[in-house]
Design a binder for this molecule. Structure first.
Ligand SMILES: Cc1ncc(COP(=O)(O)O)c(C=O)c1O
Length: 407
């Protein structure tokens, strides 16, 4: 077997389709987000503005978070030194879990090294706890949920995106006595649309199913205390398991589930993805706890975030750019072709110092390739003006279609 030729062929396929991923080497500058320094492959550098980060609220540079991390690292050192079971549970981990349980109004929370691992580990473990479990999964669920459902070896049904009538059909077709779980998201990050939480909880009640909600793109940003869309809509008590990340709006690293004490205890005891891996560094847990606690009392930051998103959408719409607007903080501009998307992204970076990563298949369906902008409270009027001017010029330069302007 010529292994190198196989690797060349696999990589060649991606190049041919224009979806080979190039990582941009950036160094963020503390205190100056969203500004960063880009190092080109030839070693030269350029100042850029990051427009596609998921540090949605700028908490990655917040003094409260940094102070907590410095304090913990000085007090306790770098790594945790073990798995949670073998010497890796510290006061910092326990404090963070308590903070998260409180955030979601649940009895308990369980930390993982990322939300990806939390989804994968939890969903792949649930059939061990509920033999015969059928998982109903939204077709646009994140890869981490798809992987967890796929690996668990149990039965699965995929319902059309946000289609509660289809979900009902699937639930009604199965054995009424079979254990069931519905897995979905509150904010789908590529289109920026909301999941129908209340309708899905109603169906879960009717069919005796558990609910599993990924709030990764909502925690910190929605709800009076940043508990997510379920908190905003007063539905947290109706969701059995809430999944969240500490790496996006909370600005640090790690993931978790929040649920009943018994559910967390069972996942803690059975999920290999929780058991057989080192726990988060204590300083990371300390920074995340400080961020969660801070955001519980920072509704003004959430409001500023939403305002920035509204301003950017309004300005893009006024220029006739084809954006998707479902009322969330995410601003996708559809280009519809992987090569054009890459060219636009390259030109924005090289000519305007604006960094937005092209989003291609399989992350989004073919033909809907896009630039996905994530305005934040640290993007000021100067940054927004610069972006709007650059997009206007490039859209004309590339002769891309604009929507009919009203009036
Ligand atoms: C919906 C969703 N769930 C889970 C994750 C994983 O989060 P983390 O970065 O903490 O692994 C992501 C990451 O982008 C996501 O978009």
């Amino acid at each position: 077997m010529d292994y190198t030729a196989k690797l060349d062929a696999a990589l060649g396929r991606l190049h041919d389709e224009g979806r080979y991923r190039t990582f941009i080497d950036i160094e963020r500058v503390k205190g100056q987000f969203p500004h960063a320094v880009w190092t080109r492959p030839d070693g030269t550098q350029r100042d850029i503005t990051v427009w596609c980060g998921n540090d949605y609220l700028g908490m990655g540079q917040h003094p409260v978070v940094l102070a907590a991390m410095h304090e913990a690292i000085d007090a306790t050192g770098a790594g945790s030194g073990g798995t949670r079971n073998i010497s890796g549970t510290t006061v910092y981990h326990k404090r963070l879990e308590a903070e998260l349980a409180d955030l979601h109004g649940k009895e308990a929370a369980l930390l993982f090294t990322s939300a990806y691992v939390a989804n994968d580990a939890t969903l792949s473990t649930l059939p061990k706890l509920f033999p015969g479990l059928i998982i109903y999964s939204d077709e646009l669920n994140h890869a981490s949920m798809i992987e967890g459902v796929r690996r668990n070896g149990g039965a699965k049904r995929i319902f059309r995106h946000n289609d509660v009538a289809h979900l009902r059909e699937l639930l009604a077709a199965d054995d009424p006595d079979a254990p069931k779980l519905i897995a979905f998201e509150s904010v789908y990050s590529m289109d920026g649309d909301f999941g129908p939480i209340e309708e899905i909880c109603d169906l879960a009640d009717e069919f005796g199913a558990l609910t599993y909600l990924d709030e990764v793109h909502a925690v910190g940003m929605y709800g009076p205390r940043g508990g997510g869309v379920a908190e905003r809509d007063r539905l947290m008590h109706r969701v059995d398991i809430i999944n969240g990340t500490l790496a996006k709006a909370f600005g640090v690293m790690g993931g978790y589930i929040a649920a009943s004490a018994k559910m967390c205890d069972a996942i803690r005891s059975y999920a290999p993805g929780f058991i057989f891996t080192s726990s988060l560094p204590p300083a990371v847990a300390a920074g995340a706890a400080a961020s969660v606690a801070f955001l519980k009392r920072a509704p003004e930051l959430r409001e500023r975030h939403q305002t920035q998103a509204r301003i950017l959408k309004t300005r893009f719409k006024a220029m006739g750019l084809p954006i998707i607007d479902h009322g969330t903080h995410i601003v996708p501009v559809i280009v519809g072709d992987p090569k054009h998307t890459k060219i636009l992204s390259d030109m924005l970076l090289e000519h305007y110092g604006i960094y937005v990563q092209p989003i291609n298949f399989p992350t989004v369906p073919r033909g809907t390739e896009r630039l996905r902008f994530t305005p934040s409270p640290v993007h000021g009027p100067k940054e927004i003006d610069g972006l709007v001017r650059a997009m206007d010029a490039l859209w004309s330069h590339c002769a891309l279609n604009r929507a009919e302007l009203a009036g």
